[in-house]
Design a binder for this molecule. Sequence first.
Ligand code: ASP
Length: 600
Amino acid sequence: MTENEEIKIDHLGDWKRTHDCGSLTVNDEGKESVLMGWVNSRRDLGNLIFIDLRDRDGITQIVFDPQVDGESHERAHALRNEWVIAVKGTVSPRLKGQENFSMPTGSIELKVTGLKILNRTETPPFQVDGAVDASETLRLKYRYLELRRPQVFSVFLKRHRISACIREFLNGKGFMEVETPFLTKSTPEGARDYLVPSRVNRGLFYALPQSPQLFKQLLMIGGFERYYQIVRCFRDEDLRADRQPEFTQVDLEMAFVNEDGVMEVFEEMMGKLFREIMDRAIPSPIKRMEFQEAMDRFGTDRPDMRFGMELIDLTDIALRSDFRVFKDVIEDGGVVKAITVKSGGAAFSRKNLDELSALAVEAGASGLAWIKVNEDGWQSSLKKFFKDEDKNGLNEKSGAGPGDLILIVAHKRRVANESLGMLRLEVARRMELIPVGAYEFVWITKFPLLEYDETEKRLQAVHHPFTAPVEEDIPLLDEQPEKVRARAYDLVLNGTEIGGGSIRIHVPAVQERMLSILGISPEQAQVKFGFLLEALKYGAPPHGGMALGFDRLVAIMAGVNSIREVIAFPKTTSATCLLTDAPSRVDETQLKELGLRTDS
Ligand code: ASP
């Protein structure tokens, strides 16, 4: 028998917890209290044994003193970290000088008069009370131990408070929570579906929803007018740090609204969330910017507005230079654009500039030109190609003075924008230009409705095929479909897209036309979306909505980097659950029932 097994485990019996471990203070002096929790740490001084008892609400120091209760003191020698105990005792002030004012219970201790050992533990694979020390693999395998850590728990408490606040707000605005099916038919949100084989209907499959998009539209046709759901969505994508195969959306839909109607609800909701959870006011209304402006000024459709360094168009000046590369690009319809890095001259060595150049090339640029503006003129390979007056003009247009660095890309407008947008972020990170603790929201509106997919050689919906085109652009649908703007909007916070939505097509003929532009034949449309096309015929109201990436929002509000940290049982980047070992093999009989065979 091990030492562990000799210990008698007590029943809880009729003991009742009176307080949590975070609440007792000097105001409770003399109270009889019953606390329950885990041994966070212990100091056995032989005569006195001190234990920090932890539950989800905090830590209280408890003292076993043979003078107070000999039996508990005797048994307390055996206690080890993470054992589960219940103690009865008297709240007493700590001795002068022994207080710990950094914790709410730091001025008292509980003098133990009774102990129950409720459970013991194997030696945990990592210390619960400690810095994040173990590898992520170990922490995910024993996720429940990690969840015991107060800093981890606090993230989930915040997540809960955020969802409660959202529910309270939406309930107050007349939204109804309605659940939609998980076993359903695939809706195109651009990812692969998770499929579920049907046993009853052999050979047929359900798809797990990538979002409740079509159901929420059907609820509008069903006359519900204001729907919401905090709902799980499933997308079988290659994972990155901020993606999970299943994730949560705050999904809503409204009838009889235009873009403003939906955006105003979200703005008000974000205002309440930031006020109540973060104790911060956010500007109202939130700035709005059209997609093309965002691309031109920030090189991305999710601009980080916490700092400037906007993209500058130098095409006109570059055209006056003798630099062939620039001129060729411009004659080919391209642009020459730049960002100015204030005080970047000294901050970026030649090696650093080579690194930036490599990143720009990775982002599609043909190369990166740079100018260090010095007191005595330019330091740059472009120097000899520009007339003095154009040098001055370029400096002025770039807002660059001595000590500053100008980074230039010449390419098609889209590539120039995107590569400089990426460099803007990289430079800001390297130079620590992003203010900590700032929250900058912006709406991006009027996205393109369609984009050409080079691999599939056909047009694709940028948002999804149910998004309405901007009315005045409809005549362009046939001739210049890529010019058509969508009634779509994204909410961006600190350079992260936290939500997006659109006004939907509610007229059947327009929806059918849209599907045909996307290369979906009437027969295919019938098979995939027949039910929606049918429903649209029966008095569909104008409607629109939006979905917010709940995990991402929580991660930002909790100040953590990855959405894995705000999901209780997350999956790895290879879509496995280290705790349960899912996905896993199933019995032959299960496969047989489903009429399936695996080839591995
Ligand atoms: N269903 C969309 C998405 O998941 C959001 C929306 O249009 O409401 O991206």
